[in-house]
Design a protein around this ligand. Structure first.
Ligand code: E4P
Length: 266
């Protein structure tokens, strides 16, 4: 499984890359805002170029902020043209279905933008995926990566309550009593379902488990068969941390006899 860092903070990115474990970076406008907090005279272009250079040889996703077909395509092209020459590692993030609540006839804007940009050779990471169906359609439209948001699915399911039941409602094959989860019982379950569907139909797009909140969830994403997991800096650190490792190291260093230490002294 490939590991990406979910960050736009150059210091974090450089530190994590120095460990040799990283295979790429995902950014989004919120992460960029967080990375720029407290900074004045922001040189955005230079900041992104430096990120791309650190990540040379691995992939970096940059996200559009527009949500209509024409504007997403225009912005995607511009971002790719401006930044891909730096290290030839840019992916453009397009949302699965960017239309806002109440908007009509915009359901296909994301898929159309994915199709157009992919057709021009611009690799697409389809973001904000919350169902296996969105992932399937994004891959069919040409996305090279699909990003289910595991943590946000968990948040969403946890806010659902007061289960109601109408005669016409679909009753799940598993016979669960909760119908409000849309048949996706957790964020990692969403990742697993997408992986299973892609395997079954030999779909080549990679599944990137996004919105990961802790080390255990990262492990579960790996067990679910995610091709890539993207992790905030603190979760990467958590992956390496165990009390018994620290305790063991302390007792080994305490036990080391001088004759052993001397072996490697000048
Ligand atoms: C990555 O591509 C996503 O933008 C990111 O993982 C979202 O994470 P969040 O739900 O913690 O904001």
């Amino acid at each position: 499984m490939k590991i990406f860092i979910d960050s736009a903070n150059l210091e974090e990115i450089e530190k994590a890359y120095s460990s040799g474990i990283l295979d790429g970076i995902t950014t989004n406008p919120s992460l960029i805002k967080k990375a720029m907090e407290g900074k004045s005279n922001i040189d955005m272009e230079n900041h992104i170029k430096r990120i791309l250079q650190v990540a040379k040889g691995t992939r970096v996703s940059l996200e559009v902020t527009e949500f209509t077909y024409d504007k997403m395509v225009e912005q995607g092209r511009k971002l790719f043209k401006m930044f891909n020459p730096v290290a030839k590692n840019v992916y453009i993030k397009i949302p699965a279905n960017p239309s806002f609540e109440g908007e009509k006839n915009r359901e296909f804007e994301g898929l159309r933008a994915i199709k157009t940009l992919s057709g021009e050779g611009i690799p697409i990471n389809c973001t904000l995926i919350f169902t296996p169906e969105q992932a399937l359609l994004a891959a069919k439209a040409g996305a090279k990566i699909v990003s289910p948001f595991a943590g946000r699915v968990d948040d969403y399911i946890r806010t659902l309550s007061n289960i109601s039941f109408n005669k016409s409602d679909y009753f799940t094959a598993e016979g669960r009593d909760s119908l409000n989860d849309n048949g996706i019982v957790s964020g990692i379950d969403l990742v697993r379902q997408i992986v299973d569907i892609f395997k079954r139909y030999n779909i080549k797009a990679e599944v990137l488990a996004a919105s990961i909140r802790n080390a255990r969830q990262a492990r579960e994403a790996a067990l679910a068969g995610a091709d890539i997991v993207t992790l905030p800096f603190d979760v990467i650190k958590e992956l390496m941390s165990h009390y018994k490792t620290k305790e063991g190291m302390k007792s080994f260093t305490d036990d080391a006899i001088p004759e052993y230490i001397e072996l490697t002294k000048n």
